[in-house]
Design a protein around this ligand. Sequence first.
Ligand code: GZL
Length: 346
Amino acid sequence: MKHLLKKTGRLLFAVFVAAALCGCGRYFDMEGTPGNQRADTLTVPANEDLIVVGVSQMGSESVWRTAHTNSIQTTFTRDKGYFLIFNNARQKQENQIKAVRSFISQQVDYIILSPITEDGWDTVLQEAKDAGIPVILTDRRVNVCDSSLYTTWVGSNFLEEGKKAGVWLEEYLQEIGQEQKPVNLVVLRGTEGSTSMMGRTAGFEYITRHHENWCILESVNAEYTTAKGREEMKKLLQKYNDINVVVAQNDDMAFGALEAIYDAGKTVGENGDMLVLSFDGTRDALKMVQSGAISVDVECNPDQGPYLSMIINKLENDAAVQRAYYVPEQVFTTENVGDFIEERNY
Ligand code: GZL
């Protein structure tokens, strides 16, 4: 298998490092990358035929991210034949770049990258390519000049997610006979420059453009966090007294927005002052869909670990892989949420 050849190289590399540092065949995080969730030094027993996978996760900004991390960490385990080197970049691209360089210097077999934003990856991904290490993207995408700098990508169709939220609102307004009435919306956007934010924004706006009576009063960056969602929603409520719909591009921002709405003495839901639309579909949010506080939650599926290991298995056996793998997703409403909430494990 491919990584066996690399393993020999790694062993020689590890012996060299060990000899130099009187270690014992240990892997070092050569950059001392901050936020590394694993020990700075790792030991891959020489007698184990493990596939070494370096994972650069952008951070832990949301419940969804935690579930995404959990899916990866429960997939790439030693009993399944992997040695996982996992790094949490704490929302900083420069930490992700350092982590990727550390993986390259440790000559891992594969690099898995969940890029916080799309731009700024050409140089370090070229270094990975030059080192002969395949890079697999998960969740968000990268904007690079040479698409051969990564092997494939696993994630969601964010444009469709945005459209799904818009279509739900269209159908809801028709059901209550208000499809012609003016609708004032505010948008809490996710991380600037992220694939998910750009896709959801474009998808929702595609639907908005079909309704002259829909007006997006303001769209603000709330960074996918509850704190920023609360802070930005408070400002919007102070600025506008006629908000009909809040589009929160993830559940964490929706939670913060709801706090600000309640603090302002406003109500939400079918008979409230405004509707809250959200994305991700985390368990706590689905409880709010069940209660009507959140009107619709467009699922974003974080369970991408199994797809990533399927891809690595294909690559290990020189099998062809697709350029993209889309995870299955649905839309949760008060009508159907009861069928799914119990099985929600995040
Ligand atoms: C979506 C992912 C987003 C989630 C947020 O794939 O990029 O980032 O919707 C997370 O919860 O922070």
